[in-house]
Ligand binder design. Sequence first.
Ligand code: 13P
Length: 251
Amino acid sequence: MRRKLVAGNWKMHGGLSRNRDLLQSLAQAIGAGGGADYAVCAPFPYLAQTQTLLNGTAIAWGGQTLSEHAEGAYTGEVSAAMLADFGCRYVIVGHSERRSLYGESNQTAAVKFVAAARAGLTPILCLGETLEQREGNVTEQVIAAQLDAVVETAGVSGFAGAVIAYEPVWAIGTGRTATPQQAQDVHAFIRARLARRDAALAQRVQILYGGSVKPQNAAELFGMADIDGGLIGGASLVAQDFVAICRAADQ
Ligand code: 13P
């Protein structure tokens, strides 16, 4: 049995006082740990605050992206080592918003994945198709290309210390969740594709689902054979909702 992980992605939301309330509520409700692992991915300026408030709890934290470079003249960028300096365990790589709004390619995701792993962080690699791609019946080709680019750069062994998140773009922030079976089918496809290179490793990799996960649908999604937890956007900003989703993963 793979352990489940529920990770919150705050995206560009929050502020000092709102974060304090949220983090204190989470620490109180799930900070002692449970049957699953928990994490929150905060905007860069709030990582120090997140570290202070979650230190010593069972809730890990991480960044939402990182630079592919280790150091240098890259104004505005944040390196993997900087995230590690603030106690991050995770970093999201290749989120669909990074791909669509900031021009990140499959290759960009691959080099960022390697940069994260090199600094001892656990990359959460996001894969997902657009509505147009799903309707055009190219979901598997899209996912395969996104995954293969990282496997070719990092090696399949790079996934020993990584997490994958399947996030169909059409389900992100839309309230339109993939059905448990739609998600399961893609999760099984991802695992099978990794298994062609390393069957034992593929069985161990956590594959999260993301896209309009709510307390109302979390348990059913997490009950599917290849869904190992969730990457949560909107609902991760509401303590009660995030805690309920974490509890669904504890089962
Ligand atoms: P929502 O849960 O708001 O749909 O966002 C999902 C997501 O993009 C998490 O990374």
